[in-house]
Design a binder for this molecule. Sequence first.
Ligand SMILES: NC(=O)c1ccc[n+]([C@@H]2O[C@H](COP(=O)([O-])OP(=O)(O)OC[C@H]3O[C@@H](n4cnc5c(N)ncnc54)[C@H](OP(=O)(O)O)[C@@H]3O)[C@@H](O)[C@H]2O)c1
Length: 309
Amino acid sequence: MKAIQYKDYGSSDVIELVEVPVPSIQNKNDVLIEVKAAGINPIDIKIRKGFMKAARPVEMPFIPGGEASGIVVAVGDGVSTFKVGDEVLALTKTSAYAAYVTADENSVLLKPQGLTFEEAASVFVNIGTAQSVLFTAGKLEKGQRVLIQGGAGAVGGAMVQMAKAAGAYVIATASGQGVELAKSFGADEVIDYKLQKVTSLVKDIDLVADNAGGETQQNLFPVLKPGGKLLSIVIPPSQALAEQYKVTAAFVASNITSETLKNGIELLKTGKLKPVVSRVFALKEAAAAQDFLTAGGVNGKVILTVNED
Ligand SMILES: NC(=O)c1ccc[n+]([C@@H]2O[C@H](COP(=O)([O-])OP(=O)(O)OC[C@H]3O[C@@H](n4cnc5c(N)ncnc54)[C@H](OP(=O)(O)O)[C@@H]3O)[C@@H](O)[C@H]2O)c1
């Protein structure tokens, strides 16, 4: 089968299209999926650049890709939820940039009707991460004020929509065309972070969700009310600043399971959450697709299409 692999760590020049054997079902709870589309996540690029060697060591050559959509073509002996022919989306952790991939049935969901395969490959990480930050760790409640840093990004866009659906007052940061996109997600206020200063426009926030990291994270502390929370999915926040502003601050690693995806999938089915695909590339264009995401200003998810006739 065709697959994309990293032959080594490095720039996108290490990305190559190769022929490898179709993976076989190794565990009784695995399903084998003929991949139609694969989502590109920033972690795929961080792994390639060698930034994740301690936290997520991989062996080269390595087939990247944490999420996919497609059709079930085989099931392990212990699989009870899925059958051959089901259209699904899956959290695969690795190896989704390929014509076929295996996944544990607990990390697989039936594709909601009305979603294209491209859209379905875009939602698993986004809504699972948004759920982990806003509700599991953030305990966001109706009427609370939430600031979403990067509210037009892949995860941030899901956060804006899910926070709105929960009845929160949502302020998002974005730039360029992302400002209009974040507004279309229902944000009550959108700040263009390249033109305006968040600290002079925002205050009394219950929860800050940081999807951008970097030095700008420290500017998010003053907008919180005492007792508020700053949660980042990018870098661990400063505990000294948390103490100074009398808030709690933590890094959140997403916990993505079919259980934690329930809320997001329900919102998708009822049309309260829209998947946003920024751009679709063919599998063989994986290097260009990753470079496109790295360049920024993407607004939504970047997708690879696979097994197209
Ligand atoms: N901890 C976890 O479990 C977990 C899970 C998923 C993702 N992540 C991480 O979360 C991050 C976001 O992922 P993603 O898929 O949503 O990426 P993405 O689609 O590239 O979104 C990042 C967003 O951040 C915005 N941004 C960049 N610099 C900013 C700044 N200084 N101020 C405000 N916004 C800024 C970007 O806006 P512009 O394009 O307009 O600059 C973009 O909308 C990545 O680092 C990823 O690795 C972590």
